[in-house]
Design a protein around this ligand. Sequence first.
Ligand code: FES
Length: 107
Amino acid sequence: MPDITFIHPDGRSDRVESSDGESAMQAATRHGLDGILAECGGNAMCATCHVYVDESWLPRLPAIADDEDALLDGTAAERRPNSRLSCQITITSELDGLVLRLPKRQI
Ligand code: FES
């Protein structure tokens, strides 16, 4: 099972186990991780699942779709070049060890 490490703004980290095919957001919320709100339940409508992808992992993620790109312009915390919506990151075994940093706020 692929592991994802979420790093909080204060430096704490949480390593969660995910399943092939679920989103990074689903793995986070299933483990009760604070810092991911996911108000729309993963429908790419809220931008409260914003994460900063560790730079070393960026090339391994699929390209940003137009709807994700548009939503990322409305995140509560600043958008950066490595910003993604965690509900749009589908976990596969190739992403085992993925590192995602949480923004200071989601709303
Ligand atoms: Fe709403 Fe990701 S959970 S956009």
